[in-house]
Design a protein around this ligand. Structure first.
Ligand SMILES: NC(=O)c1ccc[n+]([C@@H]2O[C@H](COP(=O)([O-])OP(=O)(O)OC[C@H]3O[C@@H](n4cnc5c(N)ncnc54)[C@H](OP(=O)(O)O)[C@@H]3O)[C@@H](O)[C@H]2O)c1
Length: 250
């Protein structure tokens, strides 16, 4: 039995609650709010569950907590989830409980671990049905930039495995740490998905990081967005700033 998000934190509630820390209890030193953040006034603070305990999970969790959202960290390692949650002022939960009550679930694990994590989260059993699922994974070879799937995309693979989930591809192109720094120019986050409501939710989350969300189409655009990450990686590997390799149009 997992303690529901929004309950008063109670560390004794059950063994699946690996850490319960009052939201906003502590923000990492050096944190400052994203500049240019444009919160929509009608938006309530959201409950975001993050699958993953690594660098990306930590960065976006910190940024969303700073924006006033309630974040739950869920990892295959309960100890790592508890440590990260305690450090940031988030809740922690088992992956199997991550979707319960969440307004959005973020998949932030290495591509190799995605099928395992979706299974742990109950995706094939319908636990993510109707939930906006933000896929920020990069199924690319970081040496060459090549896409690791012969066809299709990570986002479509997740959608196929997570029965009924509303998958949105987003946030994979920017380093997570960038959302914790000031910005001199707009950071456009190209995203795609088939569910307008889920795109709206993810768009609000992007906005709250300080990004500018732009939906470019349905989930069948995901491979293009993932290939863009490979393009970035391959140029970066040549010592080139990828943004200098794109013509300014219009
Ligand atoms: N870091 C960024 O700035 C950034 C930016 C955009 C997108 N991304 C994408 O976000 C994803 C995570 O990146 P990261 O930088 O956070 O990586 P990371 O620091 O190496 O963390 C990887 C995470 O994946 C988990 N994982 C690996 N194999 C797993 C498995 N079989 N089952 C369950 N969980 C598993 C790890 O759990 P354990 O610790 O238990 O091994 C860890 O929580 C990647 O797809 C990456 O391309 C990252």
């Amino acid at each position: 039995m997992r303690q529901q998000i929004g309950d008063e934190p109670d560390p004794a509630v059950g063994d699946e609650v690996v850490a319960v820390v009052a939201p906003h209890a502590s923000i990492l030193p050096g944190w400052f709010p994203p500049i240019g953040r444009n919160r929509l006034p009608s938006v309530d603070d959201m409950k975001i569950s993050i699958l993953g305990t690594g660098n990306m999970a930590a960065a976006v969790a910190q940024a969303w907590i700073g924006a006033g959202h309630t974040v739950t960290i869920a990892g295959r390692s309960a100890d790592k989830a508890a440590e990260l949650a305690g450090r940031l002022g988030a809740y922690a939960a088992a992956p199997s409980d991550a979707a319960a009550g969440a307004d959005a679930v973020v998949v932030a694990v290495s591509w190799d671990g995605v099928p395992d994590m979706i299974e742990l989260a109950g995706g094939s059993r319908g636990a993510l049905r109707g939930v906006p699922v933000l896929d920020c994974t990069n199924p690319v070879d970081f040496g060459t930039g090549a896409h690791r799937l012969a066809t299709g995309s990570a986002a479509e693979t997740i959608a196929a495995q997570a029965t009924g989930a509303s998958v949105v591809k987003a946030l994979h192109l920017y380093a997570g740490q960038m959302w914790l720094t000031s910005q001199e120019r707009p950071r456009v986050v190209a995203m795609c998905g088939d569910d307008e409501a889920a795109l709206d939710v993810v768009g609000r989350l992007v906005t709250d990081l300080g990004g500018t969300p732009v939906a470019v189409g349905g989930l069948d655009h995901a491979r293009q967005l993932e290939e863009a990450a490979g393009f970035v990686v391959s140029l970066y590997g040549k010592g080139v700033d990828p943004s200098t390799a794109i013509p300014s149009v219009g």
